[in-house]
Design a protein around this ligand. Sequence first.
Ligand code: DOR
Ligand code: ZN
Length: 353
Amino acid sequence: MSDQITLRQPDDWHLHLRDGKLLESVVGYTSCVFRRAIIMPNLTPPITTIQGAKHYRQRILDSVPAGISFTPLMTIYLTDDLSPKVLEEGFVQNVFTAAKLYPANSTTNSAEGVSDINAINSLFETMERIDMPLLIHGEDMDPNVDVFDREAVFIDRHLQPVLKRFPRLRVVLEHITTEHAVDFVETSTYNLAATITPHHLHLNRNAMFLGGLRSDFYCLPVIKRESHRIALRRAATSGKSCFFLGTDSAPHMRGAKESSCSCAGIFNSPYALESYAEVFEEEGALDKLESFCSEFGPAFYRLPLNKGSITLIRKKQMIPQFIYLDNERKHQESIVPFHAGEYLNWSVLTQAN
Ligand code: DOR
Ligand code: ZN
């Protein structure tokens, strides 16, 4: 049994960095491990312009700790009235790497998302023509659909028809949570891939109700029953290039989580690589960790592989209960990291840029 794993430096293909003080506090957790990340645009207000994305990219770069090489790959937030011209210009100018589709009101800061997917065909047409990846939060928001069925219904009602209409469109179904999504992606003949989060690999829905209502485990799409977790583990460790790493690390301050209407999101970036390593080891698939973390994502996005490497060692570490944003250590402004209070068996040792 190996006690050390050296990987090509990984990328995070789905990340929320927020803005302001929160951005400054969290970006270092990602940039000390990951070389690049796809940055989600669901700020308030969302990133819907080229200028907005450029400025946000600069604020991210200004917050990265000195001496670290980190490339934020920006995305634009699709709305009902976004112009295809903005999409194309931003992509051609290398400002946007991809576009993000949030069905309206599906998750945090998605009120301005797309209210009718059939009404944005001109955006899909443009993206297909210029070969710009479409990243999808795949949940159907019809109030008659059960919250646990939203992903499966979205796939059947929306994803399948969109792929049929735009067969060359490159699509990532983000943070998949169900066996249906796994089957759909792995048997698809379209340019379709999926990201998988650490929390959906570790938890089933019981976690949200363990001894009370546990908002620390509430995220969207909501965590599903055990059979789905097993399917996701099989997909992530399968060595199939259509499944790759995307943490969906989504920090919310304690004040917003400890509420009768708690925000969705799990902050996993501080120990994300260790968390994935744990899953791959439990599945007897450590030999597949590198391709999932560092190779399949760049291949899908048609970007070069990273040159640096990072080493994990088998060393137990205790995950803290809270991460504080500054020295004032205010409870309301702390964030609970994923795995808080647990031990993880692996630790990141070195990063070589
Ligand atoms: O749990 C989530 N949190 N899911 C999302 O889709 C958005 C994210 C956030 O921005 O907080
Ligand atoms: Zn997300």
